[in-house]
Design a protein around this ligand. Structure first.
Ligand SMILES: C[S@@+](CC[C@H](N)C(=O)[O-])C[C@H]1O[C@@H](n2cnc3c(N)ncnc32)[C@H](O)[C@@H]1O
Length: 255
């Protein structure tokens, strides 16, 4: 039987957030490609395995290595969060074709929403959510900025921020046209996780000199910080919402 390459959604960093399927497959793989940080937090699950850092290889070399490793057994990649958004592994998945199996995981958005204890699409408050990053919006004269995505009723999830916080907040303030809640979720799922909940008008002072986005370090890697913005962060859902749905959607039609 030919072996497979498993791209396992590894969650935001806490191995407790692995699915049972991902954990089972990980146990079966003698070779695992592990991005930095996950070698530390997943150390217990990686004992006795060959652990490699995927970013140490160019693409063709990586594919050659995987083909060799597949002759001996299955291979796993730990995918930070989940493949759905901002994952660097798509080219590998495509090149491996039928040999690649993708297993979903808990994305940073899911983990931050749980930390906040907030759904991000509360009816009557937020009608849509947008995931974006200023890093990938482009920088040509016609490129949109984050303010173009912000609007009343939008929950905005901002990945890999590379703008000074005051500049980002000014763009958002323009888009929302009001002072709306913002949460900064840092290193979610790790023992030193931090959550700052403020508003657009107060977040800059609240954060102070802290460099939550690696803007002042030689390290070019995006920081483990997710920003969430929008009215849903501070809205309370009342029971009327529940009863409306029970009457109109959930209740069996003949009762
Ligand atoms: C390259 S993207 C990977 C996202 C990943 N595919 C996911 O679904 O969560 C990296 C960005 O995700 C966010 N992120 C990832 N892990 C995080 C964590 N533990 N805490 C907060 N934000 C995190 C940060 O915005 C970070 O810059």
């Amino acid at each position: 039987m030919s072996h497979q390459v498993y791209f396992l959604g590894a969650g935001p960093g806490d191995p407790e957030l692995l699915t049972r399927r991902a954990e089972r497959l990980l146990r079966e793989c003698p070779v695992v490609y592990v991005p930095p940080l996950y070698d530390v937090t997943f150390a217990e699950l990686l004992l006795d395995k060959e652990v490699l850092v995927p970013f140490e290889f160019y693409f063709a070399e990586l594919l050659d290595r995987i083909e060799q490793q597949l002759l001996l057994g299955p291979v796993a990649f730990l995918v930070p969060g989940d493949l759905t958004f901002y994952s660097p592994f798509q080219a590998l998945v495509d090149a491996l074709g039928d040999k690649a199996i993708v297993v979903p995981g808990v994305g940073a958005a899911n983990a931050a929403s749980a930390l906040l204890k907030k759904t991000l699409d509360l009816p009557g408050v937020c009608s849509r959510a947008i995931l974006a990053s200023p890093r990938t919006l482009g920088d040509g004269p016609d490129a949109p900025n984050m303010g173009d995505l912000a609007a009343p009723g939008v929950s905005l999830l901002i990945y890999m921020n590379n703008l000074p916080l005051a500049e980002l907040v000014a763009q958002l303030r323009h888009g929302y046209g009001a002072d709306v809640p913002i949460a900064l979720a840092h290193r979610v799922g790790l023992p030193d996780q931090e959550l700052i909940v403020a508003t657009l008008d107060t977040i800059v002072a609240e954060v102070g000199d802290r460099d939550f986005f690696n803007l002042n370090t030689p390290d070019r890697r995006p920081a483990l910080t997710l920003l969430l913005v929008g009215e849903s962060l501070a809205a309370d859902a009342d029971g009327a919402w529940w009863d409306y749905r029970r009457d109109h959607i959930w209740k069996p039609q003949d009762s």
